[in-house]
Design a protein around this ligand. Structure first.
Ligand code: ADP
Ligand code: MG
Ligand code: MG
Length: 513
């Protein structure tokens, strides 16, 4: 089957055109915070003694072609996905069954579960949870029906530290700016035009979500002023992505936020007798703030916890009265295992959590086949597919991890399984590779221009704020449920991984066709 559905793209540029385009990308990016910190090995300590340098974020020079119906499909189902994952995160009884299987084979999941159990035992003092979600998709062509329009298939659903919402608004503005200053050659006028370049609202929408979580917390209980904590990694190269949200939260909503890393939590925060979370910044030791909301941009990877002290910090926050984005249960709801259970053919789970039949049908259309690797009947089938070098090439093997760089792809799977004790196989899920149509673009990354075949991944953000009642399963009240903008991440088609921060991809926006 032909995988060609797009017109010839991107256009060839002569030397003058390329230089004009790159000059604009370089300057606009820095002037507008479409930037990251340099990789530490790029600059010596003498060249950058206080870490003040920034470089342009990896971007595509052109917005990538993307089918309009697929884009609308992704944005259109985000609120249904928000509802689905809020319902899952609010059903401890259901999650427990899934998590308990993983606990035996996955230490990280086991630690997270322990935190939840400890807080459950003494009782949660905050019933409100904020989700800043991102549902990721690739364009999919049904190999059996080449005449059928492309649709989207979900890669994964992120419930913690969904990144690049800060930069995605900037990159869609960059591509719009390049169009308006004639950086794209005339012959592309019929393709790259304002009506094909939808802006991404992720910065105002996600900052609005943080503000909603902050306001839902209510009045100060201690008399200290309220603030938000961004729980961050240190050092963090992708700091400007986060700062865009922080500055918009401050400028548009007058909410102060502080950046705190795991190792500072126990020394700079404390809980009062009602478990109100109080923060004393080290630069103003006489001024204490009451924390309304903790927004996790760290804590999704085992590497974020250097030892018991960091797990104590996670527990300390989970115990507190602050609203969490996300709570431990919401974090766990985003595990790949949950995605696999939902995708099981004819399973009752989707209908249970998303009772509206139309919404459930739309969500179901985006599921790609995913199998367990346990000893169930489906698991045994999947084990055969994964161990056979011929069939394994159609799949990706995923552990319960976030942040990129953890998966095993295609022909590497049989060998990997041979080297992994069989008792650990249930920690993985096996997913069919989504094969998007052929597409080219030019990536500008670390000062280098790379033109060639690319694969794009659409991320749709969602803001979801809900309330549960202690000890009861189910969402008690939905306070906010919105689609919150989009992101496209584009990588060279020779790379199986797509993480921008992990060093593989670039940020991009869509050119709808
Ligand atoms: P993570 O939570 O680490 O980001 P993902 O499930 O998103 O894990 O996988 C990482 C990357 O692997 C994705 O960004 C995508 O490029 C690739 N990938 C994952 N699943 C698939 C799939 N089913 N088909 C094609 N590529 C995939
Ligand atoms: Mg993820
Ligand atoms: Mg991902």
């Amino acid at each position: 089957m032909s995988r060609e559905i797009y017109p010839k793209y991107p256009p060839d540029l002569n030397e003058e055109q390329l230089q004009y385009l790159i000059t604009n990308v370089k300057d606009w990016s820095i002037a507008n915070g479409l930037a990251v910190r340099p990789v530490p090995t790029w600059v010596s300590k003498e060249q950058d003694p206080v870490g003040s340098l920034a470089v342009t974020a990896p971007v595509t020079l052109f917005p990538s072609l993307f089918p309009r119906n697929c884009f609308e499909q992704g944005l259109g189902i985000q609120t249904a996905y928000n509802e689905l994952y809020a319902a899952i995160a609010s059903n401890e009884t259901w999650l427990k069954e899934i998590v308990e299987e993983l606990v035996e084979v996955d230490d990280f999941i086991a630690e997270l579960w322990k935190v939840h159990q400890a807080v459950k035992k003494e009782g949660y003092v905050q019933g409100i949870t904020l989700g800043l979600f991102r549902s990721d998709y690739m364009v999919h062509l049904d190999p059996a029906h080449s005449a059928v329009k492309p649709t989207i298939k979900q890669v994964e659903f992120n419930t913690i530290a969904s990144s690049f919402g800060g930069l995605s608004t900037q990159v869609s503005k960059l591509h719009n700016y390049l169009l308006s200053v004639d950086a794209y050659p005339e012959e592309t006028q019929s393709i790259i035009k304002t009506s094909s370049l939808p802006p991404s609202t992720s910065v105002p929408s996600l900052a609005g979500g943080l503000a909603a979580g902050h306001h839902a917390y209510g009045e100060s209980r201690s008399g200290s002023p309220l603030c938000v904590i961004f729980l961050v990694q240190h050092p963090e190269r992708n700091v400007f992505d986060q700062r865009h949200l922080e500055y918009t939260l401050f400028n548009e909503h007058q909410v102060r936020a502080f950046r705190v890393s795991f190792n500072q939590v126990m020394s700079h925060t404390r809980l009062d007798e009602k478990r109100t979370l109080l923060y004393t910044p080290p630069h103003t030791p006489n001024k204490t703030w009451e924390v309304s909301l903790v927004y996790f941009r760290a804590g999704y990877s085992p590497d974020d916890y250097s030892g018991k002290a960091d797990w104590d910090a996670r527990l300390h926050i989970e115990r507190s009265a602050a609203v969490k984005c996300p709570s431990i249960l919401t974090h766990l709801a985003g595990s790949k295992k949950v995605q696999q259970v939902l995708a099981t053919p004819n399973s009752p789970h989707l209908a249970r959590f998303l009772p509206d039949k139309n919404k459930a049908a739309e969500v179901l259309k985006t599921f790609a086949p995913i199998y367990p690797l346990d000893k169930s009947e489906a698991g045994q089938e999947a084990r055969k597919l994964a161990q056979n070098p011929e069939t394994a090439t159609r799949y990706v093997l995923k552990p319960q991890r976030e942040g990129g760089g953890n998966n095993v792809y295609r022909k590497a799977i049989p060998k990997f399984l041979k080297e992994t004790p069989e008792s650990h196989w249930p920690a993985y899920i096996l997913m069919e590779m989504i094969e998007p149509p052929a597409l080219s673009n030019t990536i500008f990354r670390n000062g280098e221009v790379q033109k060639g075949g690319v694969i794009g991944e659409l991320g749709v953000y969602g803001v979801c704020l809900w309330k549960t009642q202690s000890g009861e399963d189910g969402v008690q009240e939905m306070l906010e449920n919105r689609q919150a903008g989009y992101l496209l991440r584009t990588k060279g088609d020779q790379s199986e991984e797509g993480g921008v921060a992990a060093g593989f991809g670039s940020v991009d926006s869509v050119c709808l066709i």
